[in-house]
Design a protein around this ligand. Structure first.
Ligand code: SF4
Length: 451
């Protein structure tokens, strides 16, 4: 079994092992081969679902390929976001600078695609050669009359979380520039849901059933014109606190719009999200509609959830997510199915997140910040889990160890949010954990951890 690197030890904790102490929000340790993505990737995943904007990556083609079609974020209209445009910086551009190339690319792309706005992402090499991306964006903006926003997301400039911050700064350039005269007093913005497999549509429909107007969805199935009007909403409902809380805070300061945190994963958290919104508006009719909605939806999915529970209860799971907010809902959802969480971690959790996880999890649960592959292998084998929940980078870890896997990351094609989403989640867990293929594998004698 591989050893934990000395400098990583403070980012790993076992609940109950001494007084609570944990380090997080620091740069990934060199040589540890973190599962975490770079600053640029953080910005890209947040802004990607804005479907009528043009997203241009100022950097080498590899950065663009790495993040091409990075989310399963669906659009109900334009599909421009799914293209992967890049300035394709090469050796000569590194020597002579890439500003001219950026200018030409922007002019050509804007003339051809006529987008509603443009986001230009800086990558590592742009930070190294020092191109003035802002100046080029300003110039093109002047010449075309289009909003061209520079996203300061040089890959090495911090952690993935800094990328979220850069994305929020870019979004705040749009917010406050649209007409808000026709917006209802019962209105909100959905922040931090990315319409993976149509999840934002389901949430939007719940709010519609409660009589509440959704002004903008930031950024799932996002539209530039809606985001421009976002400052007219009465409430910001923030999921994925890591990626969107900066924008929510700024909108509170600038426009006086309060915000609440929610999660749309799991029956309990989904119901609470709707009740919290109804409570905010202090509207008896909205609360009554929320109660009816929750009752109807739970009645619809509960019998099947209980049937699945009889098969999977007693199993053990490991969780590794991007943002920590999902981890809470996942621990609760697994509990509902009778599955114990043996270890849980995230790429970008805050001190508050980990403290809360410690309180929320069972004694003995391993909590980890910014894990690497070998740690995940070690924890999976040590705790003898039956299921790993993660994203594209964790999937091979699970399969190489002969363990079931459930994709809960942004690449997935199945909606897991909302009441229906909880049913999909349980079905996915069941299909993976109960697969007969695991009977053909001797988990105890797989030695990936020693490689
Ligand atoms: S921005 Fe830097 S770290 Fe991120 S993909 Fe590009 S080269 Fe890699």
């Amino acid at each position: 079994m591989s050893e934990i690197l000395e400098k990583r030890k403070k980012q790993i904790r076992r609940k109950g092992a001494g007084p609570y102490e944990m380090t997080c929000e620091k740069h990934s340790l060199a040589g540890a081969v973190s599962q975490r993505a770079c600053v640029f990737c953080g910005s890209r995943v947040v802004l990607y679902p804005i479907a009528d904007a043009l997203h241009l990556i100022h950097g080498p083609v590899g950065c663009a390929a790495y993040t091409w079609d990075i989310r399963g974020a669906l659009s109900s209209g334009p599909q421009l976001h799914r293209r992967s445009f890049t300035t394709d910086l090469r050796e000569q551009d590194v020597i002579h600078g890439g500003e001219k190339k950026l200018y030409q690319c922007l002019k050509e792309l804007i003339a051809y695609y006529r987008p509603k706005a443009v986001f230009v992402y800086s990558t590592c090499i742009v930070g190294v050669i020092g191109d003035d991306v802002e100046a080029v964006c300003r110039q093109v903006s002047r010449e075309t009359g289009l909003t061209v926003i520079s996203v300061a997301s040089e890959g090495f400039k911090g952690t993935k979380k800094d990328g979220y911050r850069a994305a929020c700064r870019a979004l705040s350039e749009l917010v406050g520039t649209g007409d808000i005269s026709s917006i209802s007093p019962f209105s909100l913005n959905i922040l931090g849901d990315f319409n993976i497999a149509g999840e934002t549509w389901a949430i939007r429909e719940y709010y519609r059933r409660m009589g509440i107007e959704v002004v903008s969805t930031i950024t799932g199935d996002g539209r530039v014109e809606d985001i421009r009007r976002a400052h007219g909403a009465r409430l910001n409902v923030v999921q994925c606190s890591g990626s969107m809380v900066h924008l929510a805070r700024e909108m509170k300061e600038k426009y006086g719009i309060p915000y609440i945190h929610v999660s749309y994963f799991g029956l309990q958290d989904m119901s609470k999200a709707l009740y919290d919104v109804a409570e905010f508006f202090q509207d008896a009719a909205a609360m009554q509609k929320a109660r009816r909605l929750v009752r109807e939806e739970i009645d619809r999915v509960l019998p099947e959830l209980m049937r699945i529970r009889t098969d999977v209860q007693g199993k053990k799971a490991g969780i590794y997510t991007g943002g920590a907010f999902k981890a809470f809902s996942l621990v609760a959802s697994l509990r509902m199915l009778g599955i114990r969480t043996a270890f849980v971690g995230s790429q970008t959790g805050s001190p508050d997140d980990y403290k809360r996880l410690e309180e929320f999890c069972d004694p003995g649960t391993i909590i980890v910040d910014d894990a690497n592959t070998m740690e995940l292998v070690r924890f999976s084998q040590e705790t003898e889990i039956d299921l790993l929940i993660g994203g594209v980078k964790e999937r091979p870890v699970a399969y190489k160890l002969g363990i079931g896997f459930c994709d809960h990351n942004h690449e997935r094609k199945i909606s897991l949010a909302g009441f229906e989403g909880m049913l999909h989640f349980a079905q996915e867990v069941h299909a993976s954990v109960m697969s007969p293929v695991w009977k053909l594998i001797d988990r105890k004698n797989i030695n990936v951890g020693n490689a």
